[in-house]
Design a protein around this ligand. Structure first.
Ligand SMILES: Cc1ncc(COP(=O)(O)O)c(C=O)c1O
Length: 392
């Protein structure tokens, strides 16, 4: 029995009549770009995120790119973020002409370490992008404190955390501006590419609206050179239907995470840690193990699809070599890249599937028992001690 990494087909089966009707509605309206379907989804998504404004854009990468531009960030500016993320976070910074400054993560939550942000601050720093990695919000309290003290903007990269909460506040409402991806496999995924920006600022929302549509102010008047980065009405219609199920799907993901944690307890495998006061919506279920490749191999041989997020941190990516980082610069990111394994996670995952996956993982951990003792160079204490020299 094959267990997929995500199962979008199973989800579609539960929605297909509703989706077909919504798509027919858009097709009949002939309003394929903009219009009421988009505006209506934007209102619903803003309300869901507990903010005043949401604007749809073409994808999550553009959401970050346009958000930075809307804040006036560009050449000569530094934007601090983490190296343990998808490359889009840094690519969007580079697209504005600004420089990504990559810092280390907290090894327990994999999110940016606020202490490392402090050390990376310079006169060029204009903004911090906090990535809510794998479905857990970054530690936004200290991050917002630093930003307030230093007059910086805080952006959320919430591509992996639709609906997660930090101290009772939803992602999308935790900084100055937040960026979402609706890539199909995300917790809220379109049937194609899509993204959104959320904010409480009417001025920022208006600027995003202009930037996503060629800098237009009226049909033939362009106040600035913008982009073509619109969320189309068909995707908005699908997303509006799926948004109504998001909480239920996130609850199912959390239930699957509890099953995994129970099955893997005492196995020596480190399961996800959830910060007190936060909720985790498990876009990905990432475990930490010394013999990742052997365990992955066992799972793949048994028909269980897995992933690695991410095998090469951004500071060591060839495309970003010009930023000048070296191996050893960000030890927690590097340790995570070597040890992380993402197990299947999707709302329709069953108890039996989790049991089967966990049994294979447990057997691998038992067989490699000795190896599962934390290696000293990767132990949390050693990593923390190492942080003193992590930032250059
Ligand atoms: C953390 C993170 N940031 C940004 C993105 C970019 O989103 P998109 O693929 O919609 O451009 C993704 C998604 O792939 C992501 O996971």
């Amino acid at each position: 029995m094959h267990i997929p990494f995500v199962d979008l087909k199973a989800q579609y089966q539960t929605l297909k009549d509703e989706v077909a009707e919504a798509i027919r509605g858009v097709l009949n309206s002939a309003q394929y770009i903009g219009g009421e379907t988009l505006a209506s989804f934007e209102r619903d998504f803003a309300a869901y995120c507990q903010v005043r404004h949401a604007r749809g854009v073409a994808n999550g990468t553009d959401a970050i790119h346009l958000a930075l531009r809307a804040l006036g960030i560009g050449h000569g500016d530094d934007v601090i973020t983490t190296a343990h993320t998808f490359i889009a976070t840094a690519a969007a910074i580079l697209a504005t002409g600004a420089r990504p400054v990559l810092v280390d993560i907290d090894p327990d939550t994999y999110t940016i370490d606020p202490k490392m942000i402090e050390r990376a601050l310079t006169d060029r720093t204009r903004a911090i992008i906090a990535v809510h990695l794998f479905g857990q919000p970054a530690d936004m309290g200290p991050i917002n404190d630093i930003a307030r003290r230093r007059g910086l903007y805080v952006l959320e990269d919430a591509a992996q955390a639709h609906g997660a909460e930090y101290q009772g506040i939803r992602t999308g409402a935790l900084g100055d501006i937040a960026c979402f991806s609706f890539y199909p496999a995300k917790n809220l995924g379109a049937y194609g590419d899509g993204g959104a920006v959320t904010t409480n600022s009417a001025a920022i929302a208006e600027r995003i609206e202009r930037l996503r549509d060629h800098g237009r102010t009226t049909h033939y008047s362009h106040a600035e050179v913008g982009f073509n980065s619109r969320l189309d009405a068909l995707q908005a219609a699908v997303l509006q239907i799926k948004l109504r199920r998001l909480d239920e799907w996130n609850t199912n993901r959390q239930r699957a995470a509890e099953w995994y944690a129970a099955e893997l307890a005492e196995s020596g495998i480190k399961t996800p840690f959830v910060r007190k006061g936060s909720t985790h919506v498990y876009h990905l279920y990432v475990i930490d193990t010394n013999d990742r490749d052997a365990m992955r191999n066992d799972l793949e041989e048994a028909g269980v699809a897995t992933g690695i997020h991410y095998p090469l941190p951004l500071h060591l990516q060839p495309a970003l070599a010009h930023l000048g980082y070296r191996q050893g610069d960000l030890p927690c990111c590097e340790a995570s890249a070597a040890r992380s394994l993402s197990l299947p996670m999707f709302p329709e995952l069953t108890r039996d599937q989790v049991r089967r996956i966990a049994a294979i993982a447990r057997a691998a951990a038992e067989r490699d028992g000795e190896k599962l003792q934390p290696k000293s160079m990767f132990s949390p204490a050693a990593l923390r001690a190492d942080r003193g020299r992590a930032w250059r």
